[in-house]
Design a protein around this ligand. Structure first.
Ligand code: HEM
Length: 223
């Protein structure tokens, strides 16, 4: 017997899947590359140059990052507009997480737009130069940006919102795709996602600090 899947169901599943692969996977790769700043400008610039020298990089970026990102972002905003929060009547943690997933999605929309226009395309007026187009200056460009307090604040908020959205999204995905079944499994998976989120946030913020203080917070201990 053929099973007919509704259009909304397929769009919803694609939205969930795109949050994990490719977007979540890309996020991990991105934090890994950023963490190269811990061992100095040379290592970070080399990592940026290597990424930019990948054959067909523009097509890979468009197909594996920009298109899934635009799909996930636009459909995510549609889901958010349709949401009817009822947190004051039902103040359960899961209900707050539902609301925060949508709020962080909206923050991410503006943050990623700003971030991509700024570092990838150099289109934010104060910068005028793109990291991707000048890998040999990549570290200095980022370091100059992070020394501006308003920009640093935007990045701390944006990175925190991204990590929350991804860690909670991972949990939502595991529950929705039948990977964490049953109350106990969902509770334990929830703790694991919180631990993962805290660790990922520490790595991401430490990479950011490494552009201003050599080695990041762990400079002098690890290096
Ligand atoms: C750019 C703006 C973004 C918006 C507006 C947005 C919006 C949303 C919304 C509303 C949900 C909840 C869907 C639901 O509960 O059914 C969601 C889920 C999710 N998002 Fe995003 N998102 C964005 C970016 C990202 C990025 C960059 C990542 C990856 C790091 C990501 C990863 C996820 C994951 C893993 C889920 C959970 C999927 C699931 O429910 O199974 N999102 N997003």
């Amino acid at each position: 017997m053929a099973i007919r899947l509704s259009r909304t169901f397929i769009l919803r599943k694609l939205h969930q899947l795109s949050g994990i692969v490719p977007l979540g996977a890309f996020l991990l790769e991105h934090f890994y590359t950023n963490s190269k700043a811990m061992t100095g400008a040379g290592d970070f610039n080399k990592a940026v140059a290597e990424l930019q020298s990948i054959p067909y990089i523009l097509f890979i970026e468009i197909g594996a990052i920009f298109i899934p990102l635009i799909y996930h972002a636009v459909y995510g905003l549609v889901i958010t507009i349709e949401a009817r929060p009822n947190n004051l009547n039902y103040p359960y943690p899961r209900n707050w997480f539902y609301l925060i997933q949508r709020l962080t999605g909206v923050i991410l929309f503006f943050f990623i737009l700003f971030h991509v226009l700024n570092f990838r395309f150099g289109l934010i007026p104060n910068l005028n130069i793109s990291v991707a187009h000048a890998p040999d200056q990549a570290f200095d460009i980022v370091a100059r940006e992070f020394r501006l307090i308003p920009i640093a604040i935007i990045y701390v908020i944006g990175i925190t919102a991204t990590v929350w959205h991804f860690a909670n999204g991972l949990w939502l995905f595991m529950v929705d795709w039948g990977i964490a079944i049953g109350a106990r499994a969902q509770r334990l998976t929830g703790y694991a996602c919180i631990a993962f989120g805290v660790l990922l946030l520490a790595v991401a913020l430490n990479a950011m600090i490494a552009f201003i203080r050599p080695g990041g917070l762990l400079g002098g201990i690890l290096y």
